[in-house]
Design a protein around this ligand. Structure first.
Ligand code: FAD
Length: 329
């Protein structure tokens, strides 16, 4: 399919899997969040600039569904108001590719999209020359007790991946004449400590396999703080016949609040050695220093084990990622 040629297209656009194949050492990559609605893009660049010296081949940009609150009006009726929106994933991807000459990987989620909207979003990406996508289900929004698919939307990531893979074969929803195939490299999520809704790790892995069978080309893991869990996850995947690259995801701890927030929100455990050290932290600075030390320890061990890439969740904290990367890459 012919894509709009923006200036970034003067450099070779590659798929994540091509970057992994071409590399002769562990790659560095990271993930950023679009700014809250109303905030400019400069703060985002300020977070990305210090990380460019580590030569990332691709940068991920998360996607966030709108959250709603209901405010009671004077007449007693409830008004639905959108809050904490972080729009701009696609625009940010194009801006990053243009400014830094690196590939951008937009996250695409099932939540909030019906299949036609998904198809249109993928067409926009293709026209912008963005050939990579990380396909996810997304979490439930706060006003929903469980994840609810949009009417006509996908319930699980494997269905979204299947839709993208179908488009790569030239099959669109309105499949009544020959369509131009898209050419997306598709990533999917994996959970070394299992996804919180899964009955057990084996059941969760069964669905990871379904995602790969549907067309996922590689997996990026949820954050973990115990490398043993990642290595065991990779072994379990391999023994089930999941052969695609599995990129470990790391998050540097930064504040006292993270001590309880991360296990609660991301459903992961800290290894005992780390939890004992965290118990001794009195200030945010203590946690930040420990987070960097632990991140260096994890990164060095993963790199020594020959992982294809280490993916850092910056969560608007690039200084710790820089400190870790400068000791690792
Ligand atoms: P799924 O693969 O659909 O799995 C969800 C649950 O359903 C699992 O318990 C699984 O075992 C089960 N399951 C899977 N398939 C089936 C099936 N066919 N039938 C029955 N059960 C099934 N969220 C965002 O909103 N925006 C982001 O940008 C974002 N980025 C992320 C990046 C990474 C690397 C990771 C690891 C997560 C990210 N998330 C993001 C969070 C993610 O959306 C949530 O963890 C979500 O709850 C699950 O997404 P998934 O793609 O793994 O879903």
């Amino acid at each position: 399919m012919e894509s709009l040629k923006l200036s970034y297209l003067c450099t070779l656009i590659m798929k994540v899997t091509e970057h992994l194949k071409a590399a002769n050492d562990t790659l560095f990559s990271f993930e950023i969040l679009p700014p809250l609605k109303g905030k400019g893009i400069q703060t985002l660049y300020d977070g990305i600039d210090p990380l460019m010296e580590f030569n990332p081949k691709f940068v991920n940009v998360t996607y966030h569904r709108e959250e709603f609150i209901y405010k009671e009006r004077l007449n007693g009726l409830l008004e639905k108001i959108a809050v904490r929106k972080r729009p701009g994933t696609v625009g940010i991807c194009a801006a990053i590719m243009n400014r830094y000459n690196v590939d951008a990987v937009p996250h695409l989620i099932c939540g909030g999209f019906n299949q036609e909207e998904t198809e249109n979003a993928l067409i926009d990406l293709q026209f912008l020359g963005i050939d990579n996508v990380l396909a996810l289900r997304g979490d439930s929004i706060k006003s929903e007790p469980v994840f609810l698919a949009e009417p006509g939307g996908h319930k699980h990531a494997n269905e979204l991946i299947q839709q993208i893979a179908q488009m790569n074969q030239g099959h669109y929803l309105m499949d009544d004449y020959k369509m131009d195939p898209t050419d997306f490299c598709i990533g999917a999520a994996g959970y070394p400590e299992k996804h919180f809704e899964a009955m057990n790790l084996e059941d969760d892995l069964h669905y990871v396999k379904k995602k790969v069978e549907a067309g996922a080309d590689y997996i990026v893991t949820q954050m973990f703080f115990d490398n043993k869990k990642y290595f065991a996850f990779v072994d379990a995947c391999r023994s089930m016949g999941i052969e695609v690259p599995i990129i470990p995801g790391l998050k540097p701890l930064k504040s006292l609040n993270h001590i309880s927030f991360i296990p609660k929100y991301f459903h992961i455990d800290y290894p005992v050695e780390l939890s004992r050290a965290l118990n001794k932290c009195k200030t945010n600075q203590d946690v930040e220093a420990l987070g960097i030390e632990w991140g260096i320890h994890q990164s060095k061990e993963l790199k020594a084990a020959g992982v294809p890439c280490i993916h850092y969740y910056t969560m608007s904290n690039s200084s710790s990622v820089k400190a870790i990367a400068s000791q690792t890459f």
